[in-house]
Design a protein. Structure first.
Length: 441
């Protein structure tokens, strides 16, 4: 009888033993999982820190490379060569300006071009004379065009007995393509206000070059901090674009800002046209100068916007450095130093014309952050985040912007036959805003 009672007691105790075993196993499993999670987290943080340090060191090394090369050129320690590779600037629908620089004078320099797809004759410029800035800066400018048909074009810079210095190619769209499927999308990258922010601009250019090979580049002004500073044009503007080959095949549509404004209108390193317009496939681009309060610009803009060349396009786009509607700036500079009045005519005189003639998109810089909004059917964007110190202080509220991003960034634009796709990317390569403009919307 005692054995039976003992057996029954053991049976009754068994669930408690099972519970204790399960509890121990569960506790140990959870502790192991927590330990593994902790180890994985630490490992991830170490890798992230390593990549961050590597990226930082990479940027520092690249910046040192730019400045060392510039120093060697300035002190005559490098042989006669290109210190700035050619950059192409759009000047109208059918013409581009190639700008490059050497550290010496070359004889009989010319630029020649031809269409790649057919056996066309070579077009060749007259002999180009350099702009001598000093004994190590000789700037050459040559016009390519007129180009009247869509296609791929090769250009070469030659000197003396037709010795080729450098060559490259670009794709051109002076008219609406016959075969949209083989043309679209047209890829465009946009920046503004890199100024003295070389490290940031370098990272943005690198990121953009890894995502796409653009057909065109937009720069909405302030490519350098000080217009007369030759080193800044070399290391802070040209070198990043050349290093990542972003401008090797992509002409720039450039709008002058207040930091790269030349009151003498010489513009050694950019296009020397203050305001101009051009066609890219089904889009009309109008570039304005917010530095120049001149009634002639108003008259030109009104004529341009009302012209059949503009009105017949699917999309009408304006680029102007100072935005019509600014909201962020240094409060003391804005109020006490009266900088709120800089380019005020863009809002009071130009914006009503944008509304009257149905401008689809306005692209500006100047303000160092990102904004997007809409007023009277026109989308207004501010893209001044390519390197300059960011603006965080609100000084106005125009109640038109619904997107604000206080971070450095660049823009990707895709032109299609029936739409424009816009994406803004931050330094880490993540999308911080996007939208579409539809034909006829």
């Amino acid at each position: 009888m005692e054995n039976l009672d003992y057996y029954n007691a053991a049976i009754n105790e068994r669930p408690n033993i099972y519970k204790r075993v399960i509890h121990v196993l569960t506790f140990n499993t959870r502790r192991l999982l927590k330990r593994r999670f902790f180890i994985a987290l630490v490992f991830f943080l170490i890798i992230f820190q390593f990549l961050t340090m590597f990226q930082t060191y990479s940027v520092i090394i690249t910046n040192i490379k730019y400045k060392t090369r510039n120093y060697l050129y300035n002190h005559g320690w490098l042989p006669c060569s290109l210190r700035k590779e050619p950059i192409l600037y759009m000047i109208d629908t059918q013409k581009l300006m190639a700008v490059w620089e050497t550290n010496c004078i070359l004889d009989n320099v010319r630029i020649q071009w031809y269409e790649k797809s057919i056996d066309n004759e070579i077009n060749r410029s007259d002999i180009l004379e350099p702009i001598e800035i000093d004994n190590s800066h000789y700037v050459y400018k040559g016009i390519i065009g007129p180009i009247t048909s869509n296609g791929y074009y090769e250009f070469e810079i030659i000197h003396s007995l037709y010795t080729k210095i450098i060559s490259s190619y670009f794709q051109f769209f002076p008219s609406i393509p016959d075969d949209p499927n083989s043309t679209y999308p047209i890829q465009i990258i946009a920046f503004a206000d890199n100024q003295f922010g070389l490290s940031v601009f370098n990272r943005l250019v690198q990121s953009a070059s890894q995502k796409t090979s653009p057909n065109f580049i937009i720069h909405a002004g302030d490519g350098v901090q000080e217009y007369n500073n030759l080193q800044q044009w070399q290391t802070d503007f040209y070198d990043p674009l050349a290093n990542y080959k972003l401008t090797k095949h992509a002409p720039i549509i450039y709008a002058h800002g207040n930091h790269d404004f030349d009151p003498k209108n010489l513009y050694n390193y950019t296009t020397d046209t203050s305001w101009y317009s051009l066609t890219i496939a089904n889009t009309r681009w109008i570039v304005l100068d917010s530095n120049i309060d001149d009634i002639n610009q108003d008259l030109w803009l009104s004529n341009e916007l009302s012209s059949p060349e503009t009105q017949n396009k699917d999309f009408k786009i304006v680029i102007v450095h100072i935005p019509p509607f600014m909201e962020f700036w240094d409060p003391i500079a804005w109020n006490e130093k009266k900088e709120k009045h800089w380019g005020e005519f863009v809002r009071t005189r130009f914006a009503p014309l944008f509304n009257k003639y149905g401008v689809d998109l306005v692209i500006s810089g100047h303000q160092h952050n990102y904004q997007r909004g809409q007023s009277n059917g026109t989308v207004y964007t501010i893209i001044g985040g390519a390197g300059g110190e960011l603006d965080f202080d609100r000084v106005e509220d125009w109640s038109i912007y619904n997107v604000v991003r206080k971070t450095h960034h660049y823009i990707s634009i895709e032109i299609w036959s029936d739409k424009i796709i816009w994406k803004a990317y931050n330094l880490e390569g993540f999308i911080i805003d996007s939208f579409e403009l539809r034909k006829g919307s």
